[in-house]
Ligand binder design. Structure first.
Ligand code: ADP
Ligand code: TYD
Length: 208
């Protein structure tokens, strides 16, 4: 019997452990018989590369422009003809994305109206809501320490003051949308294996 394929989004502030957990969940899903496609936002498309140039300070843009670029990048991520998320789901893959629209709510909601950001992403939300948004919760003190240990330079949003605001906005957005979204919050200040077991317990309930 083929498994029901899922769409799962990982969320959290920078350095919260998303990519580590995407890999561990993917391994668990493969062992359970899923075909898994993992992906990331910002994407590797042309729009994603403009965003990366802004984050790495190669070029500059206003926060509102960045929010708009992410709206376009996300639609392209969903609708892309060959590697688009909708196409991959149609092909039977379980898709895991490292960041989706809650990242926009939190990162742009920290600088402009949260309702505007939610409204601007309504097309994506109407096209595809995750079967689960997994929020890895960690204090910015801890994630910033992890990031500065691992890298020589930091990106646009990677400073303590901003990460504190972003974490607050994540919680505000999750509270606001709790009736329309499936959300699982896990404590990210534990070992990668413990967090992975917590997430696997939750996700395996979706695929009996
Ligand atoms: P993100 O994708 O959210 O930016 P990463 O998975 O890349 O986060 O993790 C950021 C850094 O923290 C990496 O150096 C990673 O090895 C480390 N890390 C990830 N998860 C944990 C954890 N549970 N405990 C301690 N360090 C972790
Ligand atoms: P990336 O280097 O992939 O960071 P991470 O490994 O922490 O995910 O860059 C992603 C950056 O983009 C991160 O700072 C969050 C930001 N971002 C937004 O500002 N809006 C969005 O909609 C998304 C998806 C990401």
């Amino acid at each position: 019997m083929t498994k029901k394929n899922l769409f799962i989004a990982f969320e959290g502030i920078d350095g919260s452990g998303k990519s580590t957990q995407v890999k561990l969940l993917s391994e668990n899903l493969v062992k359970a018989g899923h075909r898994v496609y993992t992906t990331v936002e910002p994407t590797n498309s042309v729009i994603g590369s403009i965003i990366r140039d802004i984050f790495t300070h190669k070029t500059e843009a206003d926060h509102r422009t960045i929010a708009g670029l992410f709206v376009a990048d996300r639609l392209d991520h969903l609708l892309g003809k060959t590697n688009g998320i909708l196409k991959k789901l149609e092909e039977g893959y379980t898709v895991i994305t490292d960041r989706y629209y809650f990242s926009s709510y939190a990162y742009h909601g920290a600088h402009m109206s949260l309702d505007w950001v939610i409204g601007a992403n309504a097309l994506s939300a109407d096209l595809l809501r995750p079967d689960m948004n997994i929020y890895i919760d960690i204090l910015p003190e801890i994630s910033m320490a992890r990031l500065t240990r691992g890298r020589s330079s930091l990106e646009l949003f990677e400073n303590m003051e901003n990460q504190l605001k972003v974490r607050e906005k994540y919680f505000e957005a999750m509270e606001k949308l709790k009736l329309s979204e499936k959300i699982f919050i896990t404590d990210g200040n534990r070992s990668p294996e413990t967090i992975a077991a917590d997430i696997w317990h939750e996700i395996s309930l979706l695929v009996p």
